[in-house]
Design a protein around this ligand. Structure first.
Ligand SMILES: Nc1ncnc2c1ncn2[C@@H]1O[C@H](COP(=O)(O)OP(=O)(O)OP(=O)(O)O)[C@@H](O)[C@H]1O
Length: 244
C-alpha cells in the first residue's frame, strides 16, 4: 500500500507539488496523469527517496520513503523515465548484477535474469552492451531491473514510452498480471489510452495539485464528459487552469 500524507515539495517560493494526500491500496494500478511540468516526476522522486519532501511524508507498506529509504527499496521496483545503466555491461550482466544486489545467489540471479529477458522479448540482445540498446530496449531492461526481486510495489515513470505497439502490449500484460497477483502499481503516464486500459483508478495533477481522482467513470461523471479519458483529462485540466 502507498499512503501520501500531505506530501509537498517547494523550490524557493514555487510549489512544485502542493500537499498531496492519497492512498493506493494493495493490488491497485493507479495512474498518475498530468500535463508537462505538473509535478509527476517530483512526486515519484519523493516516493523513491531521491528527493527530500518540504512537508508531509509518503509511506510504502508503512515505511517512510525518506527515513526508511533503503528498506523501502526492498519492497519497491522503480522504473525511471530515462533508465541509466552501466553502458559497458551487457543486458544480461546488468540484470544479474541488480538481482545480486537484492541478495540473490549468483545462480538464482542468473535464472531470474534469464526468465525476465525472455518474458520481455530481450533474449536476442542479452549479450549486447546496453550502450547499443534502443530507447525501447533500455526501457524494457529498466522494467526487468524493477521486476527482478518480485517487489510488492512498482513505481513506473512512463513505462511504455518509446515502445513499439507489440512491446507496449507485452509490457501492459506483464503489469496487469503482476497487479492480479497483488502487486500495487503507481504509474505516471501521458498515454491516456494505456491509463484507461490498465488503471483501476487515476489521479490528475495540475500545477502541483491533485485536481481529480477516482475511476475513469467517476471522473467522467464529475467532469460531465461522455467521451474518452482524453476528453475528461482536457476538461479537468482546462477547468483547473481557469480556477488558478
Ligand atoms: N530542481 C528544481 N528546481 C526548480 N524547479 C524545479 C526543479 N525540479 C522540477 N522543478 C519544477 O517543478 C515542476 C514540476 O516538475 P516535474 O518534473 O515534476 O513535472 P512532470 O509532471 O514530471 O512533467 P513532465 O510530464 O514534463 O515530465 C516544473 O515546473 C519544474 O520546472
Amino acid at each position: 500500500m502507498i499512503a501520501f500524507q500531505g506530501l509537498s515539495k517547494s523550490y524557493g517560493g514555487f510549489d512544485a507539488v502542493k500537499p498531496l494526500s492519497l492512498t493506493v491500496p494493495r493490488g491497485e494500478v493507479f495512474g498518475f496523469l498530468g500535463p508537462n511540468g505538473a509535478g509527476k516526476t517530483t512526486t515519484i522522486r519523493m516516493l523513491m527517496g531521491i528527493l527530500v519532501p518540504s512537508a508531509g511524508r509518503v509511506l510504502v507498506n508503512g515505511l517512510d520513503c525518506h527515513a526508511d529509504a533503503a528498506e523501502v527499496k526492498r519492497h519497491v521496483g522503480y522504473l525511471p523515465d530515462t533508465p541509466i545503466f552501466y553502458d559497458y555491461l551487457r543486458g544480461r550482466e546488468i540484470l544479474q548484477f541488480v538481482a545480486e544486489m537484492h541478495g540473490y545467489s549468483r545462480s538464482e540471479a542468473a535464472a531470474r535474469a534469464h526468465r525476465l529477458l525472455r518474458e520481455l522479448a530481450l533474449e536476442d540482445v542479452t549479450e549486447e552492451f546496453a550502450v547499443n540498446y534502443s530507447l525501447g530496449m533500455k526501457k524494457k531492461l529498466g522494467l526487468a531491473c524493477a521486476l527482478v526481486h518480485d517487489p510488492k510495489v512498482l513505481v513506473l515513470d512512463e513505462p511504455i514510452n518509446g515502445l513499439d505497439p507489440r512491446a507496449a502490449r507485452d509490457v501492459q500484460e506483464r503489469l496487469t498480471a503482476a497487479a492480479a497477483q497483488g502487486t500495487t502499481i503507481f504509474v505516471s503516464t501521458h498515454l491516456l489510452d494505456m491509463a484507461e486500459r490498465m488503471c483501476s483508478r487515476v489521479g490528475i495533477i495540475h500545477r502541483g495539485a491533485l485536481v481529480a481522482s477516482g475511476t475513469v467513470d467517476e471522473l467522467r461523471s464529475a467532469a460531465c464528459a461522455d467521451g474518452s479519458l482524453e476528453e475528461v483529462f482536457l476538461k479537468i485540466t482546462d477547468e483547473a487552469g481557469e480556477r488558478a
